[in-house]
Design a protein around this ligand. Structure first.
Ligand code: NOJ
Length: 564
């Protein structure tokens, strides 16, 4: 396996709207990020992924871009962004930007032109189709509910939007679209950024003819389009072209968001020789606690079966081993808080947050930390739907309550467990008003638990989750085996303990994780028991003399041993 800086790095995701507000307007901003760079430096991260900061009417919090080469007023000006990049580089932190090119905002000048007339020279930048029998051109369901088509009376045609109707899909079949995207990428790379996180990049090639999706749900008039939109026939061709035109010319990190990707697709895209991107965000492991991967079922909680988690993670590890590369995450701005979801945000919040961190940071791949994860921020329960800001959440609530007749209390429960605003409440800096996030009125309420859970408390407590992350990050720098060692699952069938080894050149790591609040017994497989051992990290005090062949694990206990 070839060495690379992006394999050895830890990435930290900043969702700027909720990170730190420097000017009191209630919205996080770029100067706010600059002010907190020393905090990130203390944590020890190598790379920051900045969620979109481009001009946007904010229908989907910046994932609807109206100018790719300018900064959103809420966040500051280009000069602030340039200073941010400079301040980051001075601290040895790299910057990767979000690349959102499956769609633009409907306020982007390309779309403003396109919708003017059927023969406008930008018309073909998007998907425009006439209606079929007085209805939408096909039965595709938008990911945010309802039809994926919007009727535009000015030209009597529909346009495609896989997300909100203010996010029309770009037509990548049009070479002018691709050229414009590549030019824009060069522009940012020449400004000195270190890579891109590519939003829903596996959606850019749609099945020709845009055929109807098979009917899989009789509850709704629209159907999940699945493979008709994901990993379409020209996806690899487009990405190869992007690699040739742009990516191959820079030393950069590329990570593609890839819902529905299988390990086979993962190898094709991330293969070191023949692939196109460094790594993907696959979704299989974050779908394991939902009744269904999409539609309303995505919001319905299902208890995690740890054996399923082992199967999914191990499949990805083994498929990519020696060929491609994984990204490691549970959290981001679209996912509920990991400690609430896969740990215990009550009695064992600290222990379980550390255990989940150990899990991610000890697997092969590049770990991603989502802001607040390192202090164990939790999900939130706002009483009223009015307190929520996320458009996906509001759309789901409306459809589930008004169109499907669900009990509103049941729908609120779904939002508590799966809603994206769980991750978007302001970062909890201290126990002052609004968690120290803003002097103004925050754009979304803070989580009421900020008096206890905040960065100031974490920084004052040597045993905090924050310092545990700092240690995990340091270990990665000290032990190349954490980056490059081969992964082997052990105790395959244990329903509560996730254990694995990493091995490289006669050295081994043993990682033992209790995913439960119980106290299961752990027995070390015989050959490993003979080796010398050193405890590298654990989330409870461990008696060094004790034999590790047989131990009773404490709730959410995590231990990492070096064996030789
Ligand atoms: C994925 C992004 O992470 C999400 O926040 C956004 O709503 C959609 N893509 C559409 O851009």
């Amino acid at each position: 396996m070839k060495k690379a800086w992006w394999k050895e790095s830890i990435v930290y995701q900043v969702y700027p709207r909720s990170f730190y507000d420097s000017n009191g307007d209630g919205i996080g901003d770029l100067r706010g990020v600059i002010q907190k760079l020393d905090y990130l430096k203390t944590l020890g991260v190598d790379v920051v992924w900045l969620s979109p900061v481009y001009k946007s009417p904010n229908d989907d919090n910046g994932y609807d871009i109206s100018d790719y080469q300018d900064i959103m007023d809420d966040f500051g000006a280009m000069a602030d962004w340039e200073e941010l990049l400079d301040e980051m580089h001075q601290r040895g932190i790299k910057l990767i930007m979000d690349l959102v090119v499956n769609h633009t905002s409907d306020e982007h000048p390309w779309f403003v032109e396109a919708r003017k007339s059927r023969d406008n020279s930008y018309r073909d930048f998007y998907y425009w189709r006439p209606g079929k029998d007085g209805a939408e051109p096909n039965n595709w369901l938008s990911f945010f509910g309802g039809s994926a088509w919007e009727y535009d009376s000015a030209t009597d045609e529909y346009y495609l939007h896989m997300f909100t109707k203010k996010q029309p899909d770009l037509n990548w079949e049009n070479p002018r679209v691709r050229r414009a995207v590549y030019d824009m990428m060069h522009w940012w790379l020449k400004k000195g950024i270190d890579g891109f996180r590519m939003d829903v990049i596996t959606l850019i090639s749609k099945t020709p003819g845009l055929p109807d999706a098979p009917v899989t749900s009789t509850e709704m008039p629209y159907q999940f389009p699945g493979d008709l939109v994901f990993h379409g026939p020209r996806l690899m061709e487009f990405l190869r072209e992007m690699k040739q035109e742009v990516l191959s010319k820079y030393d950069m990190l590329t990570v593609g968001e890839a819902a529905t990707a299988t390990p086979e697709i993962g190898i094709e895209i991330t293969h070191e020789e023949t692939g196109v991107l460094n790594m993907l965000f696959q979704f299989e492991h974050v779908e394991l606690d939902s009744a269904e991967p999409h539609g309303v079922g995505k919001w319905q909680h299902k208890p995690l079966d740890l054996l399923e988690m082992k199967r999914v993670m191990t499949n990805w590890q083994k498929a990519l081993e020696g060929k491609g590369w994984n990204s490691l995450y549970f959290s981001n701005h679209d996912q509920p808080r990991q400690v609430s979801r896969f740990g215990d945000d009550g009695e064992y919040r600290v222990e379980s947050a550390k255990m989940l961190a150990t899990f991610l940071h000890m697997q092969p791949g590049t770990p991603y930390i989502y802001q607040g994860e390192e202090i164990g921020m939790t999900n939130v329960k706002f009483e009223s739907i009015e307190d929520y800001r996320d458009i996906e959440t509001h759309n789901m609530y409306r459809i589930a309550v008004n169109e499907m007749g669900f009990d509103p209390r049941f729908v609120m429960e779904m939002i508590y467990s799966k809603g994206r605003d769980n991750a978007r409440t302001p970062f909890q800096w201290d126990d002052m008003e609004n968690a120290g996030f803003t002097h103004g009125l925050p754009w979304i309420k803070v989580n009421p638990n900020y008096k206890e859970i905040n960065a100031a408390n974490a920084l004052a407590d040597p045993d905090s989750i924050f310092y545990y992350y700092q240690r995990l990050i340091r270990l990665r720098k000290q032990h190349p085996i954490i980056v490059y060692g081969t992964y082997t699952l052990i105790l395959d069938d244990h329903p509560q303990i996730y254990a694995f080894t990493r091995s490289m050149k006669g050295e081994r790591l043993l990682v033992v994780l209790n995913f439960s609040g119980d106290t299961p017994a752990f027995s070390l497989p015989a050959p490993l028991a003979l080796e010398n051992q050193e405890l590298l990290i654990s989330n409870y005090p461990v008696d060094a003399e004790k034999d590790i062949c047989q131990i009773t694990l404490r709730p959410y206990e995590a231990r990492v041993y070096r064996l030789w």
